[in-house]
Design a protein around this ligand. Structure first.
Ligand code: ZN
Length: 62
C-alpha cells in the first residue's frame, strides 16, 4: 500500500521504506518504478524480480 505524493516508497527486497527524494537506486519493472536502499538490493531485485513481487502480492491478499 503506497500513498501517492508522500514521497515514501517501499524497498521490495529488504522491506525498508525509502524516501523517493533521497533514493539513488531505482529500477523499472513492467512499467513500475521500484526504489532501493542500496545497490545490493537493486541487484537482487534485478536478478529475480518476480521473487520479491510475488512475496508482497501474497502478503497483501492475506
Ligand atoms: Zn534494501
Amino acid at each position: 500500500m503506497q500513498m501517492k505524493g508522500s514521497g515514501t516508497r517501499f524497498d521490495p527486497v529488504c522491506d525498508m521504506n525509502v524516501t523517493e527524494r533521497d533514493v539513488t537506486y531505482k529500477s523499472d519493472y513492467k512499467g513500475i518504478a521500484y526504489y532501493f536502499c542500496s545497490y545490493e538490493c537493486m541487484k537482487k531485485f534485478q536478478d529475480n524480480p518476480e521473487k520479491y513481487l510475488s512475496f508482497h502480492e501474497k502478503e497483501a491478499k492475506v
